[in-house]
Design a protein around this ligand. Structure first.
Ligand SMILES: NC(=O)c1ccc[n+]([C@@H]2O[C@H](COP(=O)([O-])OP(=O)(O)OC[C@H]3O[C@@H](n4cnc5c(N)ncnc54)[C@H](OP(=O)(O)O)[C@@H]3O)[C@@H](O)[C@H]2O)c1
Length: 245
């Protein structure tokens, strides 16, 4: 990946940061997108640039604002001269009890998990086509097997999974489009799952443990660099939880 450029959304913290670090270690330049985590984003690019000067930069944007999406792409190309890969990782996540779903929840969950990946990929497409690049969308095992209490998030991720397959058609044969569907990797910071629920989720994985953020990063790495004959696919990285959900 040396000399190539990857834009990773929601990359300042947690899983996105692990993806940025993993892909930077391949020799790629990384554009770190963030929304609120400015200190974390600055710290990450300082870390990456210390390893390899001028190899990382960051951009702030709320992905609900469609007008900034072409700007994210053009800034990345201006900074690094090309765009080879896009990782749609940014996501909002919260419960939406059916009967009280409102427009704001729709805008937030569908906006970050489905709408922004579509329009960002559309903006990036000319560069990805020129580079014969790749897209990885981070979905969720609950895209295919919904989680009770989270109908809107699950539907948005299901849309992102469908979009992955549809864009593999639209962008083929030059650009590969795939998804990684995490299972239990990092618990939400908002504490949506209590300790009993967490224990039940982990017990339901075939590997009887939660994963770690590097498990997702390594799957993204495989899809971006090694999976040259793979497109329109999803890899469940979930300790086997989806095998018997
Ligand atoms: N963690 C898990 O176990 C797990 C399980 C299943 C699926 N996933 C999926 O894996 C990916 C990474 O998981 P994660 O837990 O690391 O995600 P996360 O911490 O919940 O969110 C990642 C980032 O998304 C950004 N974001 C949210 N809404 C945004 C918006 N409207 N505009 C711009 N950025 C926005 C936030 O950036 P700022 O902090 O800068 O505001 C946040 O740091 C997500 O797609 C998630 O759905 C994770």
């Amino acid at each position: 990946m040396s000399g190539k450029t990857i834009l990773v959304t929601g990359a300042a913290r947690r899983v996105g940061r692990a993806i940025a670090r993993e892909m930077h270690a391949t020799g790629a330049n990384i554009m770190v997108h963030y929304r609120q985590a400015s200190a974390a984003a600055e710290a990450l690019i300082a870390e990456l640039n210390a390893l390899r000067p001028f190899s990382a930069a960051c951009l702030q944007a709320d992905l609900q604002d469609l007008e900034v999406l072409p700007w994210l792409v053009s800034c990345t190309v201006d900074r690094f001269g090309r765009l080879d890969a896009l990782v749609n990782n940014a996501s909002s996540f919260f419960p939406t009890p059916f009967g009280s779903i409102d427009q704001a929840a729709w805008d937030d969950l569908v906006g970050s998990n489905l709408k922004a990946p579509l329009f960002l990929t559309q903006a990036a497409a000319p560069h990805l086509l020129a580079a014969r690049g790749a897209v990885v969308n981070i979905t969720d095992i609950h895209a295919e097997r919904p989680l009770a209490g989270y109908p809107l998030y699950c539907a948005a991720k299901a849309g992102l999974l469908g979009l992955t397959r549809a864009l593999a058609i639209e962008l083929g044969p030059r650009v590969r489009v795939n998804a990684v569907a995490p299972g239990p990797i990092l618990w939400p910071e908002e504490g949506f799952f209590d300790s009993t629920t967490r224990a039940a989720i982990v017990a339901h994985t075939l590997l009887e443990r939660a994963g770690c953020r590097q498990d997702i990063a390594r799957a993204v790495h495989y899809l971006l660099e090694d999976a040259t004959y793979v497109t329109g696919q999803v890899i469940n990285v979930d300790g086997g939880r989806s095998a018997h959900l």
